[in-house]
Write a protein that binds this ligand. Structure first.
Ligand code: SF4
Ligand code: SF4
Length: 488
């Protein structure tokens, strides 16, 4: 009994110290918030492209490593069918069959079976074609030129595109021996640990800001992949043995336009860089004689990236279903390289996101389309996770102007902040607070320092909105300051 008592009192004392430490650190920051925001305006607070040595991957993950899988299995798992579950494949398929007054029963067997079990998605996808697209085209004609510089910048970012993959893995992934006059065989490597170190350094060298390595869980690979990557998408895809490991690389979007979403930011800002890094990584690995295949944004993937990035120790999934990393929050656009080069994998981490998301809900409040749940995780293909209503989200992409997409959940997430001292301190507090006391204080601070327009204001005027953006655009994207539109 005495031992129990002393254990209890030790625990209470420790808990008390943790709670009061977290709370006072948090409250201390409140008074300093203004200066923190000022610091966020300084160029030196940018995290991202200042180093080719990995210095931006600065969070000490060791303390937060977990030894078991962070993915909670509930019952039978299954793999994704990209033909219907990926909106980029489903909508074109629906459009090819579209006619006025079409019903679910009129569709091909695949779409019919999908929409029968997801009738709400049929309503939303039909609304996109019937109402949203025409409204979008009209508004673009009327107000679209305001975003000329943002669009020109986005298109310029995507102007350089690596030659895509159009062959299946057994052909495209292997080094082409004939290029060097003899069959390529893998070089003997000294150790998996050394190879991981080399691979990571090479990824930084190519411009990646964060890098993680994992053994690939086949559950994350599409069962019916996308056609244009060399597959017959109607045949179930057996995950190849040479996809043993996955390397996750990526970059953030530039902070200032990112905060001016949904209109001025562009995913292409980071997509284009991540694509190039992934292709360079694959070329490097192939020259060592091993197989490698890049999976790159926007849609050239054969697998789901977020769970792989979690397995690779880069972060946790947030309520908005996006990866949250300690360094960049959700402002990280990843690419993956599947390979058989033997490496020492990283381990997943837990640094407080799951607990924080339970009470924060800022992304759900800011989401114009209501695609993010205020409730609990769901069971999706046998795993418990947050799931965004992708049709709602996608319909909003065509309900605002500027660059296609939205990214508001990513921009409004408190973890997605420039790397100033305030943000780093807040991260330290939340990651080390087992009580959750700091979470509510930090969420309240976030709301008062980062007030946002009403979710409805982000829509185009004909849909009841004001073409709002989360923040003002940077000076270099204000079309009206550079172009005389009356001049023709
Ligand atoms: S991208 Fe926009 S519409 Fe989609 S879930 Fe995020 S906030 Fe909602
Ligand atoms: S905004 Fe809040 S609830 Fe949403 S993902 Fe970020 S931390 Fe989680």
């Amino acid at each position: 009994m005495g031992e129990n008592n002393s254990r209890e009192s030790k625990f209470s004392r420790r808990s008390f110290l943790k709670i009061s430490g977290a709370a006072s650190a948090t409250l201390g920051m409140t008074g300093l918030g203004f200066f923190g925001l000022q610091a966020g305006k300084s160029a030196s607070s940018y995290t991202g492209r200042e180093s080719f040595q990995g210095a931006a991957q600065s969070f000490n993950r060791k303390k937060f490593i977990i030894d078991k899988s962070p993915h909670v299995k509930v019952g039978q798992t299954s793999r994704i069918d990209a033909r219907t579950e990926m909106i980029f494949a489903r909508i074109p398929r629906l459009m090819r069959q579209w006619k006025k007054g079409i019903e679910i029963d009129d569709l091909d067997p695949l779409l019919k079976s999908f929409y029968k079990s997801h009738p709400d998605q049929f309503e939303l996808d039909s609304d996109l074609i019937n109402r949203v697209f025409p409204e979008f085209r009209k508004a673009n004609k009327e107000y679209g030129e305001k975003y000329l510089l943002a669009q020109a910048w986005s298109n310029a970012m995507s102007a350089v595109w690596p030659e895509g993959i159009n062959q299946p893995p057994e052909i495209s992934d292997f080094p082409r021996g004939e290029r060097y006059g003899e069959p390529s065989k893998p070089y003997k490597l000294k150790s998996p640990g050394k190879t991981s170190k080399l691979i990571k350094q090479m990824a930084y060298q190519f411009g990646s800001i964060l890098v993680g390595i994992t053994e690939l869980n086949p559950d994350w690979v599409y069962e019916h992949p996308l056609k244009r990557r060399g597959f017959d998408s109607d045949k179930p895809f057996k995950v190849p043995d040479h996809w043993k490991y996955a390397i996750v690389v990526g970059t953030p979007m530039s902070w200032d336009p990112f905060y001016a979403n949904p209109t001025y930011g562009t995913s292409e800002d980071a997509y284009s860089r991540s694509r190039i890094i992934a292709y360079r990584m694959a070329a490097f690995i192939k020259q060592l004689g091993y197989a490698a295949r890049p999976h790159t944004p926007g849609t050239d993937y054969d697998l789901m990236v977020v769970p792989i990035a979690i397995d690779a120790g880069l972060g946790e999934q947030g309520r908005h279903s996006v990866l949250i990393t300690p360094e960049l929050g959700s402002n990280f656009r990843p690419a993956v390289i599947t390979t058989n080069i033997p490496m020492k994998p990283d381990k997943p981490i837990k640094f407080g996101v799951e607990e924080f998301c339970k009470t924060c809900k800022i992304c759900a409040e800011n989401c114009p389309s209501g695609a993010i749940t205020h409730g609990d995780k769901q069971v999706v293909r046998g795993y418990k996770r947050y799931q965004v209503n992708i049709s709602k989200c996608h319909n909003f992409w065509y309900s605002n102007l500027g660059n296609i997409g939205c990214r508001l959940c990513v921009a409004s997430c408190p973890y997605s902040r420039k790397s100033n001292w305030l943000h780093r301190t807040a991260l330290k507090v939340t990651s080390n607070d087992p009580t959750g006391v700091s979470h509510k204080v930090l969420t309240a601070m976030q709301k008062s320092f980062y007030p946002s327009p009403d979710a409805g204001d982000y829509y185009i005027p004909s849909m009841g909105g004001k073409n709002a953006s989360y923040r003002e655009p940077p000076w270099w994207l204000k079309t009206e300051d550079f172009i005389d539109m009356q001049g023709g």
